[in-house]
Design a protein around this ligand. Structure first.
Ligand code: EPZ
Length: 429
């Protein structure tokens, strides 16, 4: 397995072009199952997660062409017919969001057998809201031996669904199913993440009638069929925030382009509060820090537009060197502090208790061997390492490859001393 080695201490200067959003791309890919015509997605990130979903879609009957275009990498997905409505465990467990093929499969074929995704290192992550919502649309759902068996032979029927709490995945999943249902579906307490807006926009280009995405009430007027479309994936707000935090940690001046500052406003406000200079542009932002010590600030993760849970680990890395104590509350996932003991190996002072971490800023971090535990945790270790004395080696970087495109190249181009050490194929620990 590959590792990443970072020698800390280099300031970052330059530009980083942000990729298309992983968490949008994978839902847009699933949308291609809803039509027999080609869906052309541009500004696509090339990641392990998009590859995993591609493998599943091919098995279901999708032809996939990957090519380069004017708007970055392109993926053309064409599902002339669903050749199998079966999503096996081996493919769904590799990437949880693969579960979201269930709704489109029922909508297009009237039946599906899809593996339950199972647990995950950051929390239990059940799919009860997804299943309840699909039932509300008229699907009959049975669970046997780890699989969901769904039937809706006469098609799905629009319904009013009020989610008991906000779920990004469940909101997207119902949207993917309800666009082909008979009549109107109204989703209340819907997630408002920008990826929802992107999915709605793409579905509307395909002939769907979705309104209100980005607000907590989404209305979907079902249509008989969808057609092909071309759609550019929105910028990755988590990658944007991650590089903003990397620049703040290392010091220097980095311009993030092909992205949107409004997607990361809550983060940017916290960074400014900590003492980082942020200049917003039409195509992104510049992050500046001249070396003065940052102040500790508190954060609490919340659904969008609150502070993103997917940026919590990276923000914690920044706080390890801040002046004072930062309290970090995680409200979305119950086990999302696994990076804390790894940051402690670099010299951070962090006390975790339940859903709260207290980070007491230290003067210096020191390079060490550390282990990635999940996607965002792994990049928090890279961020900390940028400011640590000496060399840090991060193992299990396959986590990182799921969601960050050419990370070493992007940081390296700004002067970071980062290199990938190719694995031998042997287990590392
Ligand atoms: C999405 O996960 C993202 N993944 C996550 O990013 C992100 O952290 C999360 O939203 C929150 O922003 C993708 O988009 C692929 P949820 P999702 O449903 O949809 C509970 C990353 O690193 N819940 O909003 O799975 C759930 O356990 C990943 O890119 C239920 O209880 O998140 C969690 O506590 C990690 N029952 C909370 O709701 C359900 O049926 C919010 O989860 C569904 C969710």
């Amino acid at each position: 397995m590959d590792r990443i080695a970072i020698i800390g201490g280099a300031r970052l200067e330059g530009e980083i072009v942000i990729s298309g959003a992983k968490n949008s791309a994978i839902k847009l890919m699933a949308a291609s199952l809803l039509t027999d015509q080609p869906l052309r997605l541009t500004n696509m990130p090339r990641l392990a997660d998009t590859r995993f979903l591609g493998q599943l879609l091919r098995r279901l009957g999708t032809d996939i062409i990957e090519q380069d275009g004017d708007d970055g990498a392109e993926t053309i997905l064409h599902t002339r017919e669903i050749v199998s409505a079966f999503a096996p465990y081996d493919l769904v467990r590799q990437m949880r969001a693969s579960f979201n093929v269930l709704g489109p499969l029922i909508a297009r074929t009237g039946h599906a057998k899809v593996s339950l995704p199972g647990g995950c290192t950051i929390g239990a992550r059940p799919v009860d809201l997804h299943l309840e919502a699909l039932r509300a649309l008229g699907a009959s759902i049975d669970l046997h031996e780890g699989y969901v068996y769904a039937q809706a032979p006469r098609g799905l029927i629009g319904a009013e669904i009020e989610f008991p709490f906000v779920s990004v995945g469940a909101t997207e999943h119902v949207m993917l199913a309800a666009v082909l249902a008979k009549g109107e579906t109204v989703l209340k307490n819907a997630a408002r993440e920008p990826e929802l807006g992107d999915l709605a926009e793409c579905l509307n280009k395909m002939g769907a009638q979705v309104s209100g995405a980005g607000t907590s009430t989404i209305r979907i007027q079902g249509v008989d069929h969808l057609h092909g479309a071309t759609h550019s994936v929105i910028p990755d707000r988590i990658e944007t925030g991650t590089f903003a935090l990397a620049a703040a940690m290392a010091g220097g001046e980095v311009r993030l382009t092909k992205t949107r500052s409004d997607f990361v406003e809550t983060l940017l406000d916290k960074m400014v509060e900590a003492g980082v200079e942020v200049i917003r542009h039409n195509d992104g932002m510049t992050i500046k820090r001249n070396g003065a010590r940052l102040k500790a600030v508190e954060i609490e993760t919340d659904p969008y537009p609150g502070f993103a849970t997917d940026l919590q680990a990276q923000f914690m890395a920044l706080m390890t060197l801040a002046d004072g104590e930062s309290v970090i509350k995680e409200t979305i996932f119950e086990n999302r502090f696994m990076h804390a003991p790894e940051l402690a190996r670099l010299g951070a002072d962090i006390l975790v208790s339940g859903g709260e971490a207290r980070v007491r800023g230290v003067e210096t971090l020191e390079g060490a061997q550390v282990m990635a535990t999940d996607l965002r945790a792994s990049v928090s270790l890279v961020i900390a390492a940028l400011a640590a004395r000496g060399e840090t080696v991060v193992s299990r970087v396959y986590h990182l490859d799921r969601g960050f495109e050419r990370l070493e190249e992007k940081l390296g181009a700004c002067g970071a001393n980062v290199r990938r050490i190719a694995g031998t194929g042997e287990p590392e620990d």
